[in-house]
Design a binder for this molecule. Structure first.
Ligand SMILES: [Zn+2]
Length: 194
């Protein structure tokens, strides 16, 4: 069942005034959330961030990853330049919060983020973008400037005939605690980091 539109409301935030939309996800009580600026010109490429939930990073400011920085940088950019943020409920690259915390424990014993996920019986990245595509299409988006350094998102969009005309890099800060994580994403998952 692809993501279905549920409800839309207005949301003033510290990043400015947005519309907030809920779309159904596999988990009924946890819909995907979409933030759109009031000004949105669909005849031009839309600034788009597809962000997968990372509660520890997004809410609690974890330094193990750079998710929170990516989320808030993207919201700031979108508020300034208009655009859409699709917040997907696939915590921990799709393995869920409990398994993500177990993976952190394995990482503290020397594994990198990919080895830890594999040791727990998952593929390195369990994320799926079908729902993000369904949401983008239902919003009438057919061309984007993608705020991402993840090549898999570009591939998913292009396979759905959503044109990626540009990529926007919003740099995040590297700390001692997230350095290995970011290096693994760059070296083993094809991400770009500047
Ligand atoms: Zn994270």
């Amino acid at each position: 069942m692809p993501a279905q539109f549920l409800v839309k409301s207005s949301l003033p935030s510290s990043h400015g005034l947005f519309d907030v939309w809920a779309f159904s996800s596999a988990m009924e009580q946890m819909p995907h959330v979409v933030m759109t600026t009031k000004e949105l010109n669909l005849s031009k490429p839309v600034n788009l961030r597809i962000h997968s939930e990372c509660m520890t990073g997004d809410v609690f400011g974890s330094k193990r990853c750079d998710c929170g920085q990516q989320l808030h940088n993207a919201l700031r950019y979108i508020e300034e330049h208009s655009g859409v943020l699709i917040y997907l409920r696939q915590e921990g690259r799709g393995i869920g919060l409990v398994k993500k915390l177990e993976a952190y424990n394995l990482q503290d014993r020397g594994m990198d983020t990919i080895e830890a996920n594999v040791a727990l019986g998952f593929s390195p990245d369990q994320r799926l973008y079908d729902d993000a595509i369904a949401i983008a299409l239902s919003l009438g988006i057919n061309s984007v400037r993608l705020i991402s350094n993840n090549p898999e998102k570009i591939q998913a969009l292009e396979e759905a005939n959503i044109q990626v005309v540009d990529r926007i890099f919003l740099p995040t800060e590297m700390f001692a605690e997230n350095e290995n994580y970011i290096r693994t994403k760059v070296n083993r998952m094809g991400h770009q980091f500047s």
